[in-house]
Design a protein around this ligand. Structure first.
Ligand code: PLZ
Length: 450
């Protein structure tokens, strides 16, 4: 197996260790306090409480060390509490914590924008603006696109996920749990079919032609401000559109004066084995939204794109009290330096090369994995009833729970709740990835044995 040295230098033992039931007694106590203090609307995948984390593990308050295949939903790409992030944050937090970039400036904000302008696809002149969350970045990408085009309509895709604010709820496809009882939703959002090769069998060209026909006939291309798409649909189930789908849509957008927005909040910053998900097909978006992996766990998000589009909004039209907070910017600079110095693009590709063959072999053995898909360290299996494409959400959650009990954190996803997704930190040591896959295989085989 290919190996790479874990970029994490702390002294957390890189091992899986299950000392108690999961959750253990200390976590159960905290869970009871949580239930008495925290809204039940904020749910939890795995009711353990974390004490420290790094490399490839999460250490809980009962002394259990779990292998992390979730990265806090694709956030701790450089590893949890990664050394350069910690050092940069500590240095910054001791100097000043906030000025509001709209009141007085600081270098970190500018430096993060310079890095974004340099690393995102395309050699054209770019500008960036910083925000706090992914949803806020998406909202701003829409504001910018509307201001630039003078148009209202926004095209999004089936299985898409863009956030939980009012506008981004409207853009998100799945009702439960994101939208149910939270309407009315923002107007002028139009959803068209995504390319979903496992379920539609269409070529990228054909799927794009159908989406474009719908845009032309049902909305009118000249009314569309933006087409917003995830290069790989994340929450929707790690759906990789068929080759050619993204480039064709980007061409259509360009030909019709529509702003092509890539939502790279989950796919960005080395996650897919490239700087950005669009890089795999050489697609150059007009705007790109980023967050998650960019700042090593601190809340930071951005919109980056063509200077003429980014600068088309009136002065003062974009902003917010905390957007581009100096501590979050310091974290981002530490995280980006880590990605470049430790070749985390290479690390993500190594993870893919280890995971995909083993998951394919597991698919052969169990007959319940309809597809193994994804890129880099963004890999998933879609679980179905044997010999069909009928989603099996029950088995999916049973496998996830069984892995949790064995000390391996996996997440589910998918419109049909039948996707197990893997998002290891790129600091994952090879031996732990190997062990996590073994646990996964064992649990799959135990649950599918007849
Ligand atoms: N766009 C592509 O993946 C966040 C959501 C978890 P925020 N995905 C995780 C949940 O259940 O809330 C996401 C994303 C894409 C936008 C967002 C939104 O980012 O930082 O959660 O607002």
């Amino acid at each position: 197996m290919a190996t790479y040295s874990a970029p994490h230098a702390d002294d957390l033992p890189q091992e899986r260790r299950v000392l108690t039931a999961i959750p253990g007694p200390r976590s159960q106590e905290l869970q009871a306090r949580r239930a008495a203090a925290v809204s039940s609307a904020v749910s939890v995948t795995l009711p353990i409480f974390i004490e420290s984390a790094g490399g490839g593990v999460l250490l809980d308050v009962d002394g259990n060390s779990l292998i992390d295949l979730g990265s806090g939903i694709a956030v701790t790409t450089v590893g949890n509490a990664a050394p350069r992030v910690v050092a940069a944050v500590q240095e910054q937090v001791a100097r000043f914590t906030h000025t509001c970039f709209m009141v007085t400036g600081y270098e970190g904000y500018v430096e993060v924008c310079e890095a974004l302008n340099r690393l995102t696809p395309g050699a054209h002149e770019k500008r960036s603006a910083l925000f706090n969350s992914g949803a806020e970045a998406v909202e701003n990408a829409i504001k910018i696109s509307r201001a630039h085009t003078g148009r209202d309509a926004v095209v999004v895709f089936e299985h898409g996920y863009h956030g939980r604010t009012n506008l981004t709820m409207a853009m998100t496809a799945k009702n439960m749990p994101y939208k149910q009882s939270f309407g009315p939703f923002a107007p002028e959002i139009y959803r068209v079919p995504l390319s979903y090769p496992f379920r539609d069998g269409r070529s990228g060209e054909l799927a794009a032609a159908e989406a474009i026909l719908k845009i032309e006939k049902e909305i009118g291309a000249s009314n569309v401000a933006a087409i917003v798409i995830e290069p790989i649909a994340g929450e929707g189930g790690f759906i990789v559109p068929a080759e050619g789908f993204l480039p064709r849509l980007a061409d259509f957008a360009r030909d019709n004066g529509i702003v092509f927005v890539a939502d790279e909040i989950q796919t960005g910053f080395c996650r897919t084995g490239a700087w950005f998900g669009c890089d795999h097909e050489g697609v150059v978006p007009d705007l790109i939204t980023t967050a998650k992996g960019m700042a090593g766990g601190l809340p930071l998000a951005a919109v980056t794109g063509r200077a003429e589009i980014m600068n088309s909004v009136h002065a003062g039209g974009l902003g917010g009290t905390y957007g581009g907070n100096p501590v979050a910017c310091a974290a981002a600079l530490g995280a980006i330096a880590t990605m470049e110095e430790l070749d985390l693009i290479g690390a993500a590709r190594t993870i893919e090369s280890v995971m995909v063959p083993r998951l394919r072999a597991l698919a052969e053995r169990t007959g319940v994995i309809g597809e193994v898909r994804g890129r880099g360290a963004m890999i998933a299996v879609e679980i179905v009833k044997p010999g069909s494409t009928t989603p099996d959400a029950e088995l999916t959650s049973a496998v996830a729970k069984a892995c949790h009990a064995q000390g391996v954190v996996v997440l589910t996803a998918g419109t049909y709740g039948n996707v197990l997704r893997f998002l290891p930190p790129l600091s994952m040591p090879a031996h732990l990835l190997d062990e996590a896959l073994t646990v996964l295989e064992e649990q799959f085989l135990a649950l599918t044995a007849r």
